[in-house]
Design a protein around this ligand. Structure first.
Ligand code: HAM
Length: 407
């Protein structure tokens, strides 16, 4: 047998049912906030990602699935949805505010483990054209509303501000000079990151590095006046909405386009890959990708991680199971299955002859009622219906069944 690719999973009935719940709930909740659904291609020119996500990020340096197409152009399976969504926005010629969301598979060549796949799925939300702090709070509020609607509990909202191009360079200088003192004790990745992307050293998961950097200066102490005002205002809106949050100065995120507000929702119940959603503000990105100088903010939820937190939906039963008891009933039974389906009743039609006991055993786990069709039923043009809930068995005409008289 041909093996499936490592880090790629089949979504069978159970997982697909959970994903459908997630998608339907997202549509319901996001529409309350005036977000519309869009779909963008799974592949884009590699340049789109290298120009947006940041050359020194793990995604660009080692996690992209990149190929050359027949005309020798670099194309990449999308590692996230923001870049493609912004490209689509610019491509459509729109210039004004826009709020949209999308679902679908993303691809990152990471080391697979529980909650971390090479093909995974995101629910991704973007809001373009608003720079006001209210929008940051509204977006976070919508994210928590969605998690609440799914009854996902034991989560923590982490909040930080990464400043802007005015205040971050100064913070980087201070951070680098602090890290220099610890350089020899830090892991090789941190040592490399120190030069090319010093903020990412704060995201290192190695105990020794965390300990060595625990007293580093924090971005929040270096915010310029407009960034500080923005951050304080986001916090007061969250307070107004009575949403609790934890300020996490080490929350730096793995993509370079963020400025100001960044946030993540982490769960205590899914192991080490605990981030179920992450996002932030990316003013400047739209211009960088060739659009107008518009603000933007968004987030994405990991669907595999959310699915780990959902209870499996109980399997929906069919309205009827049709049990054929003799060969001569097969034809009439198939006509009955057709008729019921055309009247919008769901039917599990076992189109093989079996005895009553075998049929009943199967019917119980698949349908609310069982219709028996044997010689007696064919001769008398009636149908014997067993209603499992009422534990009642009676004879009915087709008209009775269509009117649901057995219920
Ligand atoms: P991200 O933090 O890279 O952000 O991913 C968002 C979420 O996707 C994570 O919190 C996690 O739940 C899930 N996720 C990421 N990688 C994997 C993986 N390998 N396996 C399973 N789940 C994973 C972004 O992607 C940004 N584009 C979010 C955003 C939208 N920012 C602004 N707009």
């Amino acid at each position: 047998m041909v093996q499936k690719i490592k880090g790629f999973a089949d979504l069978l009935e159970k997982e697909t049912a959970l994903f459908t719940i997630l998608e339907e709930k997202a549509r319901d909740i996001f529409s309350l906030y005036n977000y519309k659904e869009i779909r963008t291609p799974l592949v884009e020119f590699t340049e789109l990602f290298s120009r947006s996500i940041g050359a020194s990020t793990d995604i660009i340096q080692k996690e992209m699935y990149t190929f050359m197409d027949k005309k020798n152009r670099g194309i990449t399976l999308r590692p996230e949805a923001t870049a493609g969504s912004i490209r689509a926005y610019i491509d459509s010629g729109r210039q004004g505010p826009s709020k949209f969301f999308t679902f679908g598979p993303m691809f990152r060549y990471e080391r697979p483990q529980k909650g971390r796949m090479r093909q995974f799925h995101q629910i991704n939300v973007e809001c373009i054209g608003y720079e006001e702090s209210y929008i940051d709070a509204e977006m976070i509020s919508m994210l928590l509303h969605f998690l609440n609607a799914l009854a996902i509990k034991d989560t923590t909202l982490l909040l930080n501000s990464l400043g802007c191009s005015c205040c971050r360079p100064e913070y980087k200088r201070v951070l680098i000079s602090y890290l220099k003192k610890e350089e020899k004790q830090l892991c090789t990745t941190c040592q490399e990151r120190m030069e090319i992307n010093p903020l990412r050293t704060l995201d290192c998961k190695i105990e020794e590095c965390i300990e060595r950097t625990k007293d580093t200066p924090i971005m929040l102490d270096y915010l310029c006046a407009p960034c500080l005002e923005h951050f304080l205002s986001v916090k007061s809106f969250l307070d107004l909405f009575q949403l609790s949050y934890t300020i996490e100065p080490r929350l730096v995120r793995g993509l370079d386009y963020y400025i100001r507000t960044t946030f993540e929702v982490v769960s205590n119940n899914i192991g080490s890959q605990s981030s179920i959603a992450g996002g932030g503000r990316y003013d400047g990105l739209i211009k960088q990708l060739g659009g107008k100088d518009l603000s933007g903010i968004g987030f994405a939820l990991g669907m595999e991680r959310l699915a780990l937190l959902l209870h499996s939906p109980s399997q929906a039963l069919n309205n009827y199971y049709i049990a054929v008891l003799c060969e001569s009933a097969l034809e009439k039974a198939s006509i009955l299955a057709n008729t019921l389906r055309k009247h919008n009743y769901s039917v599990f039609f076992e189109h093989t002859v079996k005895n009553m006991k075998k049929h009943l055993k199967q019917a119980l786990s698949h349908a609310e009622s069982c219709i028996f069709m044997g010689e007696h039923e064919i001769e008398n043009t009636i149908y014997t219906v067993k209603n499992f809930q009422k534990e009642e068995q009676k004879e009915y005409t087709l008209g009775d069944i269509l009117e649901q008289k057995h219920l």
